[in-house]
Design a protein around this ligand. Structure first.
Ligand SMILES: NC(=O)c1ccc[n+]([C@@H]2O[C@H](COP(=O)([O-])OP(=O)(O)OC[C@H]3O[C@@H](n4cnc5c(N)ncnc54)[C@H](O)[C@@H]3O)[C@@H](O)[C@H]2O)c1
Length: 238
């Protein structure tokens, strides 16, 4: 990551925060977080925390234009910010559908469209879109979340195929059950079932998905594009 400038959405906490801190530990020149929430324990962190709503085109303009003005380039975009609603289709309201699709999927359209011209101009870049194991298989809940996370698989392949010759790589990451603020209030029986479904017999921690994203973002993954990397303790292996 030496010398690279990265934007990670939703990096105030959780997996996004672990990614941002790891990028800096691995030599990134600058890592910017764009999040609606204030950062958890910002003291001592070298992440540049910016207030940003990923559903807002104006916020994307402000944050990305600011990064280009300050650093002259943007090498890595991690579309990580998301929310989850657990309702199955018959209990999902139109408002929930719109909210989840806006935050989890439209954000990737807005963000990628904003950064791609800069990546093309500078000869390349890496985009990682954070999906889920629920973007690869069905569960009897979370209708809107599954819609967004499933679409992320294909929009990632689309960007990869459209902009490969520009030197831009794009991949999706599919975490399994990772301990983070997103699921700390999740029902115990759901957590127990998720852990029981892994072959490692335990949940993951943010650092474990951060290392996978680090690989996809870095030049070590120079021949890796349009693929989906599953980090789930073997949940989907069985
Ligand atoms: N935790 C898991 O078990 C798990 C499993 C599979 C996939 N994921 C995915 O991993 C990613 C990271 O989630 P996490 O587990 O760290 O949860 P998290 O809730 O801690 O992190 C999500 C972050 O996104 C931010 N965010 C929400 N709405 C936003 C908006 N409109 N604009 C900007 N930022 C916004 C939140 O403030 C938060 O900081 C998400 O894409 C999530 O869907 C998580």
């Amino acid at each position: 990551m030496k010398g690279k400038v990265a934007l990670v959405t939703g990096a105030s906490r959780g997996q996004g925060r672990a990614m941002a801190e790891l990028f800096l530990a691995e030599g990134a020149a600058a890592v910017i977080s764009g999040d609606v929430l204030d950062p958890r324990e910002p003291e001592g962190s070298r992440v540049e925390f910016q207030k940003m709503d990923v559903t807002s085109p104006e916020d994307w303009d402000r944050v990305v234009d600011g990064i280009i003005a300050a650093h002259g380039r943007l090498d890595v975009l991690i579309n990580n910010a998301a929310v989850c609603e657990y309702e199955p289709i018959l209990e999902t309201t139109l408002e929930q559908w719109d909210r989840v699709l806006d935050i989890d999927l439209k954000s990737i359209f807005l963000g990628s469209k904003k950064v791609l011209p800069h990546m093309i101009d500078q000869g390349g870049g890496s985009i990682v879109n954070v999906s889920s194991i629920w973007g690869l298989g069905g569960v009897p809940s979370s209708f809107a979340y599954q819609a967004a996370k499933g679409a992320i698989l294909n929009v990632s392949k689309n960007i990869a195929t459209t902009h490969g010759k520009d030197g831009v790589r794009c991949n999706s990451l599919h975490p399994g059950y990772i301990l983070s603020p997103m699921n700390e209030n999740q029902a115990e029986d759901i957590n127990a079932a998720l852990i029981a479904g892994t072959v490692l017999g335990r949940p993951g921690v943010p650092r474990e998905t951060a290392y996978a994203v680090l690989f996809l973002a870095s030049d070590e993954a120079s021949y890796v594009t349009g693929t989906s990397l599953v980090v789930d303790g073997g949940y989907l292996a069985q």
